[in-house]
Design a protein around this ligand. Structure first.
Ligand code: AMP
Length: 116
């Protein structure tokens, strides 16, 4: 059984976070240390530690992460100019929180930005 991270507490609203979207499968909130004018994290409500742990049963939640990314980008007004979606995996990927999350970054030209 994987160990919970701070993100599980955010999903359950036990600690404060700027939650911008939540449904039965995913939660999205603003990154506490934004690297761009718009920087949000979209996460599955189920604890999946890394991309290596995604299973076939998780495909609905993984798909929902993309449709929510699209919706949030539109709402933020960054859809047309463009944005970047990033998922870091394990040490070499620069993953810090072991509950998978999709970074949604935009609001300025991102150049060669790497997160990690
Ligand atoms: P990663 O390096 O891909 O694991 O990214 C983890 C991200 O989580 C970083 O961008 C952090 O700024 C962000 N983060 C960590 N704790 C919180 C929190 N309590 N609320 C919002 N974002 C957080």
């Amino acid at each position: 059984m994987a160990e919970e991270t701070i993100f599980s507490k955010i999903i359950r609203r036990e600690i404060p976070a700027d939650i911008v979207y939540q449904d039965d499968l995913v939660t999205a909130f603003r990154d506490i240390n934004p690297r761009a004018p718009s920087h949000m994290l979209i996460i599955p409500n189920k604890l999946i530690p890394t991309v290596n742990d995604i299973e076939a049963d998780d495909e609905a939640a993984m798909g929902r992460m993309f449709t929510v990314a699209r919706k949030l980008a539109e709402e933020e007004g960054i859809a047309e100019n463009g944005y970047r979606l990033i998922m870091n995996c394990n040490n070499h990927g620069g993953q810090e929180v072991y509950h998978i999350h999709m970074h949604l970054l935009g609001g300025r030209p991102l150049g060669p930005l790497l997160l990690g």
